[in-house]
Write a protein that binds this ligand. Structure first.
Ligand code: SF4
Length: 743
């Protein structure tokens, strides 16, 4: 691999890389029974994968086709045939199936119920299902009812209707999957800037001097970003990556729709800044400290005119000595200063980040530290600059914005009470992890879960299982089976088959990372027996719970929901006018705060004093974090990570650590944390010494579930582990030039 990142070998033959054309052919074959429907979904629908956002096969950033294998892999969920309900008559026969095999059984097609002591589920019709749900909800103290909605393609209309239904029933215990990925970003950005959303747009990347990725792997999770980055680099942008692992997708990526890139690959990263897992906060504090000392390090006019609190924040980092910053970040003071100087040389910069920053007990503080650096450089609102918490799932930006969160501030409460015509409950709502804790300890009696699988996505499986077992009434509303649904009922479990966004009459909307509200039309084609849109089912069950005021929660269509969102959520003004494929409206415009006023009460952006976290490393341990391969959330699509060639049992480990442990590539090892163990194989990779990575959800047994960010309630997905060598088997040698991402 040369300095350009281009491969000397055409098509990356012999190298570890995604084989896009081969995968497209396989996926076309997999969808062969519904090819015309699949093609219409791709051509007209808004992608249900990540939150980059599409209009069919196009986007708003660059010309040309917008498509990736993440989206293609998800197609089968939309085209697969119905599950035979008799398969659920005795769930013991399903207990040995993996999650992928359960999904592969087909789409849920009928409402089904299982009572305590019964071996499985029996079908029932919708009338009986809705009446049963209403009866059970009516019998339950509202303080003991909880709703959780995942991010699987769920549209704004469903999030909005569900949170309204929860409040109609008298509970604020309603939350969505964004809690697990970017709650820390939302909390910190709301506090410091006013809105918990990207200040910039992808189009702004093209023209930027510098784009920095922190704790992020966009070539894997948002693959079309590589096309934007290619365009940005051609306009002169430099790319830097701050991460413990030199992700191979940033070393080079083969962009299938660009001829030269498809042939020889595109080098993405120009600068690497290696940090320890969880060390980003200290790294950013060090950068802020260095900027304060460097000539031209701070944009004095911006800080003076548009911010508050710089003195206190500066005093805090000045108190932190370099030794502490080095040991907490894992980066040397020279590299930290190099980063600060890079920012000075490249004034128009973007900071893009993902869960490497947020999924820590100090996640909110890490984003505050990032905002401090961005404010010192005057980035928010400036052209070709800004802050972007990039989203991995299509629903998570809009879910919280339309109110599917437990907290309601005074303004919202007042507005909603006017629009809705009923009072909101006063009791404080529980966030996702609090709901799980409450359910596991017997404080939730009715738990309504839309999509998702707590058994795989949250640490502490034993507690999560108890949270599913204990509520007397549990509802799973989804498109396919999951292992959560098979957890025996304390009293009653109801399965309700859902429609996808593409099947929903009247079309629906999602909100992309760049705050663009996108209309996805109903796509003509085959339908699944009696599956229904989630919003209709939740609101109808709520209406039947209190029939005397049912009219307050029933909607006639998705258009009626959009009309109400316009009134209830002023940021979403214009959502009511979205009705055709390609329609979109971007709240806040291409750049938020472009006029220099922030959305805080005083109109200023706020610096924050950010102390270093207490993270003593127990003697003899390594830091392990969880990573994603070819998968969508916990839905694993491929056993081999196409970007580095690792299997799901592999443990990414540096050469230095392997040498010290006497471990060779492929040797079986055991990781032991304070709560569990993981058996896998050493996979030698360019990761910073002292840090390991395992795949999610396979490595979840290592996580205790105790670590949580106190402000945002985002869980910590990291642990300290001992490493034990189990034997010496090695791995067959890699083909020459394989390189495992080392380029
Ligand atoms: S990059 Fe994201 S939005 Fe674009 S096609 Fe892939 S999954 Fe969909």
């Amino acid at each position: 691999m040369g300095k350009t990142g281009r491969s000397p070998v055409p098509f990356g033959i012999t190298r570890t890389k995604p084989h896009h054309y081969r995968e497209m052919a396989r996926i076309a074959w997999e969808n062969r029974d519904e090819l015309p429907f699949a093609w219409r979904i791709l051509r007209k629908g808004v992608c249900d994968g990540c939150a980059l956002g599409t209009k069919g096969l196009r986007d708003w950033t660059i010309d040309g086709t917008h498509l990736c294998t993440v989206r293609l892999e998800l197609l089968r969920l939309n085209t697969m045939p119905a599950l035979d309900p008799s398969r659920l008559a005795d769930v013991a026969s399903l207990s040995s199936l993996t999650s992928r095999e359960l999904r592969g059984l087909g789409r849920l097609s009928k409402p089904m119920v299982r009572h305590r002591g019964e071996p499985g589920f029996e079908p029932l019709d919708w009338e009986d299902a809705l009446n049963l749900a209403a009866r059970r909800l009516r019998q339950t103290d509202p303080a003991r009812i909880a709703f959780y909605l995942t991010s699987r393609g769920i549209p704004n209309e469903t999030y909005y209707a569900a949170q309204k239904a929860a409040r109609f029933l008298g509970t604020n215990h309603v939350d969505n999957a964004a809690r697990l990925c970017h709650a820390a970003s939302t909390a910190a950005m709301k506090d410091t800037l006013g809105y918990g959303a990207s200040t910039t747009s992808y189009r702004q990347w093209i023209g930027s001097d510098l784009i920095v990725f922190f704790g992020s792997n966009t070539p894997n999770n948002q693959p079309v970003t590589t096309k934007y980055l290619d365009a940005a680099k051609k306009r002169g942008a430099t790319i830097a990556v701050v991460n413990p692992y030199r992700e191979p997708g940033y070393v080079r990526y083969w962009i299938p729709s660009l001829f030269g890139s498809a042939l020889f690959g595109t080098g993405i990263a120009d600068h690497w800044f290696d940090v320890d897992t969880g060390g980003d906060l200290a790294f950013l504090n060090g950068v802020f400290k260095a900027l304060l000392d460097e000539p031209g390090g701070v944009d004095a006019d911006f800080v003076h005119d548009r911010t508050r609190g710089v003195e206190e924040a500066a005093a805090e980092v000045r108190r932190q000595d370099w030794d502490a910053l080095e040991s907490s970040s894992g980066a040397s003071r020279e590299r930290i200063r190099d980063f600060a100087r890079l920012l000075i040389r490249k004034p128009n910069a973007h900071f893009v980040w993902s869960m490497g920053l947020t999924q820590h007990a100090h996640g909110t503080d890490t984003i505050r530290a990032l905002v401090n650096v961005a404010l010192a450089r005057g980035l928010p609102g400036r052209a070709f600059s800004g802050l972007m918490p990039i989203r991995g799932h299509s629903g998570v930006q809009g879910g919280a914005e339309v109110g599917c969160v437990p907290d309601v501030d005074a303004d919202r409460r007042k507005r909603w009470e006017q629009v809705w015509g009923f009072s909101l409950p006063d009791r404080k709502g529980l966030s996702a992890v609090e709901q799980i804790r409450a359910a596991a300890s017997g404080e939730i009696d009715a738990f309504w879960i839309v999509g998702g699988n707590f058994l795989e996505t949250l640490p502490d499986e034993e507690r999560n299982r108890a949270a599913l077992e204990r509520p007397a009434f549990r509802v799973h509303q989804d498109i396919v089976l999951s292992s959560s649904m098979l957890v025996p009922p304390s009293d009653t479990v109801l399965l309700l088959p859902a429609e996808t966004r593409y099947e929903t009459a009247g079309g629906v909307t999602e909100t992309s990372t760049e705050r663009r509200i996108l209309f996805s039309p109903e796509i003509p084609g085959r339908r699944i027996a009696s599956a229904r849109p989630e919003w209709i089912v939740i609101t109808e069950a709520a209406a039947r719970t209190h029939p005397e005021r049912g009219h307050q929660i029933r909607f006639s269509s998705t258009q009626a929901i959009r009309n109400e969102i316009r009134d209830a959520v002023p940021l979403y003004s214009g959502i009511d006018r979205l009705s055709r494929a390609g329609d979109a409206v971007q709240w806040g415009g291409e750049r938020l705060y472009a006029e220099g006023r922030f959305a805080t009460p005083d109109g200023k952006a706020h610096f924050s004093p950010v102390p270093l976290p207490e993270r003593p490393r127990p003697v003899g341990t390594y830091s392990v974090s969880t990573r994603r391969g070819r998968q969508f959330n916990s839905m694993v699509q491929r056993d081999i990570d196409p970007l580095n060639g690792a299997t799901r049992e592999d443990v990414l480990m540096s050469k230095e650590d392997a040498r010290e442990l006497g471990v060779a590539d492929g040797d079986p090892i055991r990781l032991v944390s304070n709560c569990g163990e993981f058996r896998g194989r050493a996979f030698i990779a360019p990761i910073k010494s002292g840090n390991l990575e395992v795949y999610f959800p396979e490595g979840m047994a290592l996580l205790s579930g105790e670590g949580i960010d106190p402000e945002s309630h985002e869980p910590d997905y990291n642990a300290w582990v001992r490493v034990e060598k189990l034997g010496a088997m090695g791995r067959p040698p890699l083909p020459p030039g394989e390189g495992r991402g080392e380029g």
